[in-house]
Design a protein around this ligand. Structure first.
Ligand code: HPA
Ligand code: MG
Length: 215
């Protein structure tokens, strides 16, 4: 079982203690995970991933759009680690989009966009990079699709995993940054109806935010 940092149900920071863009200040409850902590944890994930996967060509697959910040920082750490540890492997990247959310609830529909380029993963070690695993249904579906392209190995890293004992499909990724309470979070590229991606820290949205940016 992968280790992770557990964020307790009541563990938050006052938003007054951080730099929050003014246009979002009234629409956030609190800061859950400051960006500095995300980066420190990401550095360690990169090391764990490299130890397991940097034995042959590695393809990192970014799940857009929410995964882009995490992906960007994680690949930088992986490239540094891979390039300075004596032994190194070719590292390539690819981007896909999974659509499964509307408003703040989970819908049944999962669409995989950009799958045409997936033939390049054949025979390689694949690292799927995801922002958040909620029910796990989306990831299960993606793993089915990827395996059809005959990669050597597939591992999944998710920056966040939600504690959702009732909704969860019991899927757990191979590497986890943080386990978080079952609250709707935004920031560090995670959005609510395309808003809040331009927020550095992972924050909890408030009732006013849910209302203001409802589609
Ligand atoms: N925030 C943003 N996107 C999400 C979340 C969340 O809490 N859960 C699943 N997708
Ligand atoms: Mg996502």
């Amino acid at each position: 079982m992968a280790g992770y940092i557990k964020i307790e149900d009541d563990q938050t920071f006052s938003k007054q203690m951080f730099c929050i863009p003014q246009h979002y200040e009234d629409y956030l409850e609190s800061v859950m995970i400051p960006k500095g902590l995300i980066l420190n944890r990401t550095e360690r994930l990169a090391r764990d991933i490299c130890r397991d996967l940097c034995h042959g060509p590695l393809v990192a697959l970014c799940c857009l759009k929410g995964g882009y910040q995490f992906f960007s920082h994680l690949s930088e750490f992986i490239i540094n680690y891979n390039g300075t540890s004596g032994h190194s492997v070719p590292f390539s990247i690819d981007f896909i989009r999974l659509k499964s959310y509307e408003n703040d609830g989970s819908t049944n529909d999962v669409k995989i966009i950009g799958g045409d380029d997936l033939s390049s993963v054949k025979g390689k070690n694949v690292l799927i990079v995801e922002d958040i695993i909620d029910t796990g249904k989306t990831m299960k579906k993606l793993l089915e699709v990827i395996s059809q392209f005959k990669p050597a190995q597939v591992k999944v890293v998710s920056m966040l995993v939600k504690r959702t004992p009732l909704r969860s499909s019991s899927y757990r990724p191979d590497y986890i940054g943080f386990e978080i309470p079952d609250k709707f979070v935004v920031g560090y590229a995670l959005d609510y109806n395309e808003y809040f991606r331009d927020l550095n820290h992972i924050c909890i949205i408030n009732k006013e935010g849910i209302e203001k940016y409802r589609t």
